[in-house]
Design a protein around this ligand. Sequence first.
Ligand SMILES: [Zn+2]
Length: 206
Amino acid sequence: MSLLNQQAFSPRILGMLLELLLAEIGHESVDMVLAKANLPTEIAAPQPASRLTSLAAAENLGRILRALRTFYGRGARGTLIRIGRLLWPRMLESASMTEKAQVQVVRALPLTMRRKAALELLARLLRTRSDGITIHTLDMDLMLVDRQTISPSQPRESAAICYVTIGLIQETLFWATGHEHDVEETGCRAAGNDDCEFKITIGTGK
Ligand SMILES: [Zn+2]
């Protein structure tokens, strides 16, 4: 695998994500899910996670998401989406001064331009290399393409696993516009797609 295609995830954000996961479903449940997947329970410890390399952080995140999906199936979806939504304000709090300046820029934009700018900000906070996560316009809709977070699976997952990212996108858009948006992962690297692709449907605010 070339370095450019290698998975990567911010160790600092993984640490925050694991704190939320442990608070949501509890240490015992997390340990049990990892043990059933023959994974060491240490990989869910927030403090050590925040000191990993970005490659190791992505590998551990992928292992944990796969283990949760195997154990809970579709039942993992709601919990992981909620964790993604809770993660967004924490990421904003811990953003750098330059990133916080971009937050002010996004909030000052007219509503119609704010969605894409907010997703660009999310991509900037998440990405570990320049083309790792990008935002695209698709007719009326938007798409977030993630080439970095999840490694391709062997064996392949039967469905997408990136529910935390769905929650992050939903909360980013809610933060930016005050409206809920439909977000769907239409292709996932864990399920054999080249990239993880998230389609955001515009104009169906609930
Ligand atoms: Zn995915």
